[in-house]
Design a protein around this ligand. Structure first.
Ligand SMILES: Nc1nc2c(c(=O)[nH]1)N[C@H]1C(S)=C(S)[C@@H](COP(=O)(O)O)O[C@H]1N2
Ligand SMILES: [Mo]
Length: 312
């Protein structure tokens, strides 16, 4: 198979706006009957006013979204292989219905949601976010999701809860990578409670106005745009409130390379490479990476007084 690097993509192929606007127009006018098969599972949740409300968010960047084929065709999801094109090729084996997501641990109201109930209960918003992978590439992705804070407020964290642990599915029958010792499965991520409650933190169920493709973490995945991409645990089955810092899959694999905080920080290099610049997929020249991926106004105060070289 021919794998092109991002620098091979010529400008004439970059038509995200057109595609995106057409999709938005389609979604605004689509009736249930007009929705394609891919939209079916979400159709009840995003039809009508909810979708209208999803069109704009003050948290969205005005930057041009990365083309759909790159957002869905070039990413990491080790449960389906370690190459960037593996998830798109292999994730069709994942079965996302029926699916439940449990909110558990130190909460007043633990609950297991069927995914379709969860999506109906919480209004989905469109959030166009800059995303930065620890490996040095970046994208702009129009997510469709619910603020994690909405779900947490419903569950009511106890006073003892200080962190949130996110646990991905690990099903060897549908996820071939889980049978290889690439990571200590299941994939686990974590946030401090205030980070989890930050208005930027999203649980995404869709992108580009469509149900999330499997390779992007269907049916529900975490999105924290001021942190490196690996924080965004995919295909979540559990969200657990805990009193101590969760040990994440990447911290277990390589503690000196992947810290708990993982805030995008051009001033703190990865032990094996610089984090000062990034390649926006679809662009030729590298860009400077911004502190907190450009979201400092929304998140920097959470880390006031912390040495971000120590707490990387
Ligand atoms: N369960 C799981 N979640 C995961 C990963 C993974 O391997 N397994 N990879 C992470 C990494 S390194 C990145 S960059 C993003 C990439 O996917 P996206 O482009 O859909 O955000 O998913 C993150 N979430
Ligand atoms: Mo990543």
């Amino acid at each position: 198979m021919l794998i092109r690097s991002s620098s091979d993509i010529v400008p004439s192929e970059i038509t995200p706006r057109g595609v995106f606007e057409r999709r938005r127009e389609f979604l605004k006018t689509a009736s249930g009957a007009a929705l394609g098969v891919a939209l079916q599972p979400l159709s009840a949740a995003i039809a009508g006013e909810k979708l209208a409300a999803a069109v704009k968010s003050p948290y969205s960047t005005l930057e041009t979204p990365t083309p759909y084929k790159d957002v869905t065709g070039y990413n990491n999801f080790y449960e389906f292989g370690t190459d960037k094109t593996d998830p798109a090729q292999n994730a069709h084996t994942l079965k996302t219905r029926p699916w439940t997501v449990s909110i558990e641990g130190m909460v007043k109201h633990p609950r297991t949601y069927a995914i379709d109930d969860l999506i109906k209960l919480f209004p989905l918003e469109e959030r166009i976010y800059r995303m930065r992978c620890v490996e040095g590439w970046s994208m702009v992705i129009p997510w469709l999701g619910l603020p994690l804070a909405s779900l947490l407020k419903q569950a009511e964290p106890l006073g003892s809860a200080k962190y949130v642990e996110f646990i991905s599915a690990a099903d060897p029958k549908t996820m071939p990578g889980v049978s290889r010792r690439l990571l200590d499965w299941p994939y686990v991520e974590g946030l401090r409670l205030d980070e989890a409650l930050n208005p930027l933190t999203l649980l995404a169920a869709g992108l580009y106005g469509e149900v999330l493709p499997n390779q992007n973490g269907a049916p529900l995945r975490l999105v924290t745009p001021w942190k490196y991409g690996f924080k965004g645990a995919k295909s979540l089955v559990k969200i657990r409130l805990v009193d101590s810092e969760p040990r994440t899959a990447w911290m277990k694999a390589a503690p000196s390379e992947y810290g708990f905080y993982s805030n995008v920080n051009p001033a703190v290099d990865h032990p094996r490479w610089s984090q000062a610049t990034e390649r926006r997929i679809g662009e030729f020249f590298k860009r400077k990476t911004l502190p907190f991926n450009g979201y400092g106004d929304q998140v920097a105060q959470m880390y006031a007084g912390m040495d971000l070289k120590k707490f990387f």
